[in-house]
Ligand binder design. Structure first.
Ligand code: ADP
Ligand code: MG
Length: 577
């Protein structure tokens, strides 16, 4: 049965567009804040309730909308920002005239606006696409946009929403990015009655300090570089500063916060050789390009870009970061000078308190294998039991060189190997009923940002199963009462920060099991002998024996190999014999 062709109603068109422009509350709040910035606001306040699904409100002190234009503001493809028909010179964040009608089609939207110099404000409401009359209203100079019951008119979209908590995080994150992009504008963000941040207008460095954390910002270095009319500025962390995820990476292109794959990749490549795999550098980069070198009209949400000269942009970013990373490190950061190569006999073991006791390593192994380490070197008949052989030297304080009974040369990555052992031990404890917890004599207070602190506090029950006892402590802090015993004395602040990053639901919504799994791997990382630590012969031997007794010891938790084996045959072929 064929139906006749007919034009869709404006309401249907707007609902379809809503699916693209505002796929979740974070996108709606982003559009409203962009409008406030485009209106020249000096101060923007965002109030969210229930992740922005129940209600969101954006208040600005910008130039406002005259009462006569309110009906146009919520009409599709009506904009004050494109003066002619050219899409080349776009100086504003918005330009498509789609956001307000899309929000009005999916929710109940009220605009209250008073242009500067006008005596009174006026309001208009559009609910599920039905537009009400313009009415006089009370209001300060500027604009107040109120969105209620987001997606009530588009139930299909509502079904795809995550928990209010996850939506709140994504929305807070969107405002965080815009606040990074507009440091001169004062921003206040309130979510479920908590003040997430309240920032005065200032310069880039002050904004960085407020949003990345004072300590982190203080260790970042300023950058600036230019190439073919493109100007790069901002701050980047030294190699030693890394996070578990890309949370502390901000990219702003021509005033617009973006999550552009080309820029992300350029940063990853620049740090590739100086940062551990699985860790992420900390950067806040601002790129300014001539309008014609950039197309922002790639996607309705405008978070993707197309660079006319992608290669040029990549080299600009990578070059500037490489020069920053090459700067001589200051004395305080410099590692102690050590010989690059040490052959047996290795230096005497360290005092037990700091050293890596062999009994402890033996404990890492599953119960069946809890026995004293094998003698060094292993006798020939032990060949099958000790495929990793006897340690003969430590190279670069990072790799253990061992010789197996069959003559094979084995090179072990001490950090990767130990990380896996710790993880397996934690897993075994977890499976056997719970990870042993060690109460702290004096509880530690760890300062985080409000979002991260709340995220951890919300996972307190799950973390307790991992041996970590925490409580919320004021707005942006967590009180740590106990830590997993297996971790000995980890740096509580670093551990909590990494866990908070790891548990961010914004990146990937995950089931409890997957989150436990990720958190376990994260814990293991905090109790692993680092690359760059010198090991005594007995410590090396204990590590190898524990590896042999541990399942999955051939790869670390990130899937990289923990050791390489060069057999006689492979050595001979390498030498062309
Ligand atoms: P766009 O931002 O792409 O122009 P929108 O649908 O977001 O489209 O907004 C439509 C118009 O409403 C804008 O062009 C602007 O003139 C006006 N407007 C929206 N929000 C504000 C605000 N906060 N202050 C002043 N004017 C606004
Ligand atoms: Mg807009």
């Amino acid at each position: 049965m064929r139906s006749t062709i007919r034009a869709l109603s404006p309401t249907t068109i707007n609902r379809i567009a809503a699916g693209e422009v505002i796929e979740r509350p974070a996108a709606a709040v982003k559009e409203l804040v962009e409008n406030a910035l485009d209106a020249g606001a000096r101060r923007i306040e965002v109030i969210l309730a229930g992740g922005g699904i129940d209600r969101m409100e954006v208040i600005d002190d910008g130039h406002g909308i005259p009462a006569a234009e309110l009906p146009l503001a919520i009409e599709r493809h009506a904009t004050s920002k494109l003066t002619d028909d050219s899409l080349v010179e776009i100086a504003t964040l918005g330009f498509r005239g789609e956001a307000l009608p899309s929000i009005g089609a999916a929710a109940r939207l009220t605009l209250i606006s008073r242009p500067a110099g006008q005596a009174a404000a006026a309001s208009i409401t559009v609910a599920g696409g039905a537009v009400g009359p313009v009415r006089p209203a009370a209001g300060a100079a500027g604009t107040r946009a109120i969105v209620e019951d987001l997606f009530y008119a588009t139930p299909a979209r509502r079904k795809f929403l995550r928990t209010p908590r996850a939506e709140a995080e994504a929305a807070e994150r969107a405002v965080w990015r815009l606040a990074m992009a507009a440091p001169r504008v004062a921003f206040r963000l309130v979510s479920d009655e908590r003040v997430i941040f309240d920032l005065p207008g200032g310069d880039e460095a002050a904004r960085l300090s407020a949003l990345f954390g004072r300590e982190t910002a203080a260790s970042m270095l300023p950058l600036d570089a230019a190439r073919d009319g493109a100007v790069l500025a901002g701050f980047a962390g030294p190699a030693g500063l890394s996070r578990a995820t890309t949370v502390l990476q901000s990219f702003v292109v021509n005033g617009r916060p973006v999550q552009d794959p080309l820029l992300r990749l350029a940063v990853r490549l620049a740090y590739r050789d100086v940062i551990a795999a699985g860790r992420h550098p900390v950067v806040a980069l601002t790129l300014t390009l001539p309008a014609e070198a950039l197309d922002v009209n790639v996607h309705p949400a405008k978070t993707e870009l197309r660079f006319a000269d992608g290669n040029g942009v990549r080299s600009l970013v990578m070059g500037a970061l490489a020069r920053m990373l090459e700067r001589p490190i200051t004395l305080a950061q410099a590692p102690p000078v050590r010989p690059a190569f040490s052959l047996s006999p290795a230096p005497a073991p360290r005092p037990a308190a700091r050293g890596f006791a062999e009994a402890e390593l033996a404990l890492l192994a599953p119960p069946s294998a809890r026995q004293l380490p094998a003698p060094v070197p292993p006798p020939a008949e032990d060949e099958a039991a000790h495929p990793l052989g006897a340690p003969v030297a430590q190279i670069l304080d990072t790799y253990i060189l061992a010789v197996a009974a069959d003559g094979a040369l084995v090179i072990i990555d001490q950090h990767a190997a130990h990380e896996r052992l710790t993880e397996e031990r934690l897993r075994a404890e977890f499976a056997a009923g719970g990870i042993a917890s060690q109460p702290l004599l004096v509880p530690v207070v760890v300062d985080l940002d409000v979002t991260a602190a709340r995220r951890l506090a919300g996972q307190a029950e799950m973390l307790a199963r991992l041996g970590l006892q925490i409580e919320p402590f004021g707005a942006g802090a967590i009180l740590v009462r106990a830590l997993p015993a297996a971790l000995r004395q980890p740096d509580a602040a670093g551990l909590l920060r990494d866990l908070a990053d790891e548990l961010a639901e914004d990146a990937t919504p995950r089931a409890l099991e997957a989150r436990l799994d990720a958190a376990l791997a994260r814990l293991a990382c905090h109790r692993s002998i680092r690359a760059g630590r010198r090991l005594a012969p007995a410590e090396m031997d204990a590590l190898l024996r524990a590896m042999e007794a541990t399942p999955r010891a051939a790869t670390c938790s990130h899937g990289r190999p923990t050791y390489l084996r060069l057999t006689r045959a492979s050595l001979e072929s390498m030498f062309g014999r």
